[in-house]
Design a protein around this ligand. Sequence first.
Ligand SMILES: [Mg+2]
Length: 258
Amino acid sequence: MNAMTDHARIEALTFDLDDTLWDNRPVMEHAESTHYAWLDAALADWLGASPLGELFAEHDRYTQRFPLAAYIERRLALARRHPLRRGDFTWLRERALIELLEEYGLPRSAAHLWAAAAIGHFLTLRHTLTPYPEAIALLDALRPRYALAAITNGNADLKRLELAQHFPVVIAAGELLAPKPDARPFLAALARLRSTPARAMHVGDSWQEDVLPAWRLGMQIAWIDKHDECRAELPPGVHRLGHIRELAALLERLNDEC
Ligand SMILES: [Mg+2]
């Protein structure tokens, strides 16, 4: 089963978000280090003023005991232990923090509260992002002509972004416990758009999570080759773009050919 070479006119578009509509690496790097440093400082202040403080007087600071690398490693270990949750990044972060804070010595209730506070901080930072300047105008132009959906494994909550108004359908695949490359988020998006794979294109940057699953379903794909992988041969129906700004011209060309 693979993509057909003769495709019908494209009527529906599904979009990946991270690294497709914005450059996600600086956003995540900043959010990662900043929320963890915030937790360390806020926790030290709180312990200093709390009756628990005496118990922790001889303790190392939290991040001395569990540096950022230990938090990242704990999330990876949790994802291996809970494969269905591997795409639910907010859950993995919160679980990892609860475990580490309890191991640091906090009572369970305090570990839960501090983990939740740190996650809240992380999510605020994670949504402090700027889409590529061309993205908004592009979506504005596409909206009257195509049915649009967003499919993301990440924990970007579109409702917190101005971009939300462009996407009547949003599938948070990680939280559905069926992260891409699972076919289900694609099929769910297309069903809600009342479309079919043959009349739809997926737009995304990941070969494994965007291109392959959409191609296996028979969708066309606009592959944003952000990492310049430049594969020698592309399967039929896969179109390589260097940037989202090239999408409108591709759609025009493909639909002119139909
Ligand atoms: Mg992506």
